[in-house]
Design a protein around this ligand. Structure first.
Ligand code: UDX
Length: 483
């Protein structure tokens, strides 16, 4: 089938390449000429595992081209997918739909034949109905066009896999014709047994925001438990494991830590709350305000913890931040919890060095005031504290003995609860993670601390206002007999 994919960000570029890969003839369109140039040359404009290969395979097949003209898109497609961004409006929680509207306005007047326009972007419920009214006044005489919605559930880092092998397909259509067209588009997936839910447009739009709201709620739930664990001296990781064994709850999305970020969950729950208010049912989703507040509190909790560990004053303290992206296996730094913490520490006078395997360039662009690089040892050399804020696999594989040799004091804050604390402690590190008890270093002959480091460790660590004192815990980090 002849498809167009309009908007070639993380969602659109991957969708375009995957649709070509399953045999469609695809034109990808974007207003960003530089992006179109690099995509046409087979160079991914962002980091996404597996995308490079599928992009180049699709280009080589001759079934994928890119351009900047909506007129050309109108001429090409039987089905037009809208994949542009729906960011949060400045000064409001609501979604900004100007890019979606601009695509419809730029495309529909040029349609030479009847076709289906399919939105994939995350939009407020009611958008499809509004756009169907809008296109009625734009569509050329003799041409029939319908807008349907087919929300996308792909996760960054798994975008190719999620597009080729989605766990479900949801389409919101007004009639049988649109449903049959979408069944043809997704025929290989349907053949592979992917569940296909065909419903009305409003329900389809809601599935997406409801799914993201549920995921965000799950994360904030476990982070709220982590706050309680910190106050009670309990362990949120064990709590999550125990809860997760209950199949009604499940273990996924119960990883406590710094919370969620990125281009989707934060803005989607706010847009949902704003839309519910417009619909007169604001109180029904008021809990999302709490979800958002709990999520942000993890950032301030982490900054407060680091300040405490640094003796109450961050001025001149050297802090290594491991991770800049909002999640691993992506170079996306939009609303990154790691960068939010890094910039807050920087503002409070810490000398912050950020490391990220793929996101350092984007982090530098977003925060030129921070030092960001992709060499781990350089970031950690001479640091008073190491913060693990994005759970890249590289950090799980790091040798804590080797890292202990380059830092000034071996103190780790695991903001993602993803490192093997026993291994780090055995290598001489004192470890603190949100929602888990202080873990003193175990006496080790791996890396005896010199006198300067010992004194620095003692000097930097002070008691928190409440809870168990890290002084005692961290003092015992010192190798036997060296205190
Ligand atoms: C999300 C949805 O998962 C996806 O279905 C939708 O299409 C787009 O939004 P994505 O933004 O790629 O995908 O990230 P996701 O994997 O959902 O993680 C979101 C954030 O939550 C990340 O910052 C991650 O670190 C955090 N997270 C996730 C936790 O803090 N704890 C968890 O247990 C899981």
């Amino acid at each position: 089938m002849r498809l167009t994919v309009i908007g070639t960000g993380y969602l659109g570029a991957v969708h375009a390449a995957c649709m070509a890969d399953i045999g469609h003839d695809v034109l990808g369109v974007d207003v960003d000429t530089e992006r179109i140039t690099v995509l046409s040359e087979g160079r991914p404009p962002f980091y996404e595992p597996g995308f490079d290969e599928i992009l180049n395979r699709a280009l080589a097949s001759g079934r994928l081209r890119f351009g900047t003209e909506l007129r050309a898109a109108a001429a090409h497609g039987e089905v037009h997918f809208i994949c542009v961004g729906t960011p949060q409006q400045a000064g409001s929680r609501a979604a900004d739909l100007r890019y979606v509207d601009a695509v419809v306005d730029g495309l529909v007047p040029h349609l030479p034949r009847s076709c289906l326009v399919v939105g994939k972007s995350t939009v407020p419920v009611g958008t499809t109905a509004r756009l169907n009214t809008r296109i009625a006044g734009l569509v050329p005489a003799g041409v029939r066009a319908e807008v349907a919605w087919n929300p996308e559930f792909l996760r960054e880092g798994f975008a190719v896999e999620d597009t080729l092998r989605p766990d479900r397909l949801v389409v919101g259509v007004s009639g049988r014709e649109a449903d049959e067209t979408l069944r043809r588009v997704y025929a290989p997936m349907l053949g592979a047994g992917v569940p296909y839910i065909s419903t009305d447009p409003s329900t389809a739009e809601l599935v997406k925001v409801a799914a993201n709201s549920f995921l965000a709620t799950k994360i904030s739930f476990i982070n709220a438990m982590s706050e309680v664990c910190d106050a009670a001296g309990a362990d949120v990781a064990t709590l999550a494991d125990a809860l997760g064994h209950d199949t009604r709850i499940g273990r996924q999305f119960l990883n406590a830590g710094l919370g969620f970020g990125g281009g989707c969950l934060p803005k989607d729950i706010r847009a949902f709350a704003a839309r519910a208010q417009e619909l007169g049912v604001g109180p029904a989703v008021e809990f999302l305000d709490q979800v958002d507040a709990i999520n942000h509190r993890q950032r301030t909790r982490t900054v407060a913890l680091v300040r405490r560990l640094a003796g109450g004053d961050l001025a001149g303290r050297r802090v290594a931040v491991l991770g800049a992206t909002f999640k691993p296996d992506s170079d996306d730094v939009r609303d990154s919890p790691a960068l939010a913490v890094a910039t807050a520490l920087h503002r409070q006078g810490a000398e912050v060095r950020v490391h990220d395997p793929e996101g350092a360039a984007n982090a530098r662009r977003a925060h030129p005031e921070l030092r960001c690089g992709s060499d781990l040892l350089t970031a950690c050399r001479g640091s008073d504290l190491v913060l693990h804020l994005t759970e890249w696999r590289q950090y799980r594989e790091v040798d804590p003995v080797e890292l202990a040799r380059v830092v000034r004091t071996p103190v780790l804050v695991d903001g993602r609860n993803a490192l093997r604390h026993d291994q780090w402690r055995a290598a001489g590190w004192a470890v603190k993670a949100l929602g888990r008890p202080y873990a003193p270093a175990q006496p080790s002959d791996a890396q005896p601390l010199d006198a300067q480091s010992r004194n620095a460790l003692r000097a930097t660590i002070v008691s928190p206002a409440t809870g168990p004192s890290p002084v005692a815990a961290l003092s015992s980090a010192l190798p036997n007999g060296q205190a």
